[in-house]
Design a protein around this ligand. Structure first.
Ligand code: IFM
Length: 479
């Protein structure tokens, strides 16, 4: 076949189209990109101090400057518009808006998000606001952090204040990003800020993060019934290594802590009885007060699903403690299930060592659609870190990232075809950024960032994503 014939065939390949209005987005979070930690009255977050503690972040890196999005947001929005994104998901930094997490709003900090949203709207990109992506004000941590019940109330007040100021220009809000990570990486394994290793406290933290979600939904709805509100969970596909009783039980436990603890709370207003039983040796649940579960299970407009990988687990002792192991010394986030081993499932992995399993995405979307009250869903994060190489021609040929995203988008298409109410997809991440305990070593961006010069360079995956958006869908696989 000649090149010309190949091009003609490619152009004629049928397209797997997505419904009109399907959201084509990319996501980031405040601490990972903004920098400007001392600008315009921003307060301290738990990450500011954590990154200074020796051994917490690989190579002692921090995000004081990060990719300086706070000062470069106009150029970054231009890049989004060039890609044709229809939406951009970003988070608001609580300490930027409310430096001590209570009381007075810092108008200069809030103003940044007004300018950002205005710029997005002027460029035809719909702003999607996440209210919390892990940067708790240090003052709130000093008062007990997420294990303290009062933090839920503080969060709801903060959320209401942001919503009151931004809801004239923002329609889509979500509450807490990945409460599993905040609770268990922050308070059980200590891999993330505030770096505490207190298993019982981490369960209280998980409950208070759920409660914060519910209280903030109530507060925002009271201010404006038209706001579209989502809860955001990070779900994993989970398989037992074998059909042995021990492996099946290991899968049940990890699924319980990772997926059902949050899904059941948000969508059914209960905690799974088996998980509560697993946790009994660690803590009772006397911190769950009357009415909490109803508060948590506020009606939602959408479930925002972050999906990256599958865990294969075994009940036999002696395996790796966690498939999501930290680069630095840390405990286990799997409270009450420390004996569970995470085993190699035999799939290709990303630079994070995470197994690539696009089929797992269909599994979890189908499961939510089947096991929970009907709710529209959005993939609010999906993407992959790979070791990018900047060529002399200023290109990044990141075929593996492109293949990862394409494979997961095919699954999204399949989900829509099966009638699952999936409304959109946000790639993680728009730009390379600070990957928490891994520092800058892991690049997830569609846009490459030269950390020395802050130059932004679209990777091949970004160009491909832009074409996909313009086309409104994917090419069908060649026969
Ligand atoms: O970078 C993170 C993000 O902050 C939350 N979800 C997972 C991403 C990749 O680890």
């Amino acid at each position: 076949m000649t090149t010309q014939q190949a091009h003609t065939q490619q152009a004629q390949t049928p397209v797997l189209t997505f419904p009109t209005g399907f959201v084509w987005g990319a996501a980031t979070s405040a601490y990972q990109i903004e920098g400007a930690v001392d600008q315009d009255g921003r307060g301290r977050s738990i990450w500011d101090g954590f990154v200074r503690q020796p051994g917490r972040v690989l190579n002692g890196e921090h995000a004081d400057v990060a990719i300086d999005h706070y000062n470069r947001y106009r150029d970054d929005v231009k890049v989004m518009a060039e890609l044709g994104l229809t939406a951009y998901r970003f988070s608001v930094s609580w300490p930027r808006v409310q430096p001590d997490g209570v009381g007075e709003i810092n108008a200069a900090g809030l103003d940044f998000y007004k300018r950002l949203t205005d710029e997005l709207l002027a460029n035809g990109v719909d702003p999607w606001v996440t209210l919390y992506h892990w940067d708790l004000p240090q003052a709130i941590e000093d008062a007990g952090g997420w294990p303290a019940r009062d933090t839920s109330k503080r969060f709801a007040d903060y959320a209401a204040a942001v919503h009151a100021e931004l809801s004239d220009r923002v329609t889509n809000f979500s509450t807490v990003n990945e409460p599993w990570c905040s609770a268990f990486l922050g308070y059980a394994s200590g891999e993330h800020a505030p770096g505490r290793r207190e298993p019982a406290a981490s369960i209280r933290a998980a409950h208070h993060l759920n409660l914060a979600h519910g209280l903030s939904v109530q507060a925002m709805r009271a201010q404006s019934p038209d706001t579209v509100i989502g809860g955001c969970v990070n779900l994993y596909a989970i398989s037992p290594e074998t059909d042995s009783e021990a492996d099946l039980d290991a899968a049940r436990r990890i699924d319980g802590m990772q997926n059902r603890f949050f899904l059941d709370a948000l969508l059914k207003g209960e905690y799974p009885a088996d998980v509560i039983e697993d946790l009994a040796p660690v803590t009772d649940t006397s911190f769950v007060q009357d009415g909490d579960m109803a508060t948590i299970a506020q009606p939602l407009d959408m479930l925002m699903v972050n999906y990256y990988s599958r865990f294969t687990v075994s009940g036999r002792p002696g395996g790796a403690a966690s498939a999501a192991a930290a680069p630095t010394d840390s405990g286990s986030p799997w409270v009450g299930s420390e004996h569970v081993s995470f085993v190699n499932g035999g799939r290709p992995v990303t630079a994070m060592g995470w197994e690539i399993d696009d089929a797992g995405l269909l599994e979890i979307l189908s499961r939510v659609a089947r096991d929970y009250p009907s709710i529209p869903m959005v993939i609010s994060e999906n993407g992959a870190a790979f070791d990018d190489v900047l060529t002399v021609e200023d290109s990044i040929h990141d075929q593996e990232r492109q293949a990862y995203i394409e494979a997961h988008l095919r699954i999204c298409h399949e989900a829509v075809a099966q009638g699952i109410p999936l409304r959109g997809y946000f790639a993680w991440s728009l730009m390379d950024n600070f990957e928490w305990a891994w520092g800058y070593g892991k690049r997830f961006g569609l846009i490459y960032v030269d950390y020395e010069t802050q130059r932004r360079i679209p990777k091949d995956s970004a160009l491909w994503y832009a074409e996909t958006i313009t086309r409104g869908g994917l090419r069908a696989p060649a026969e």
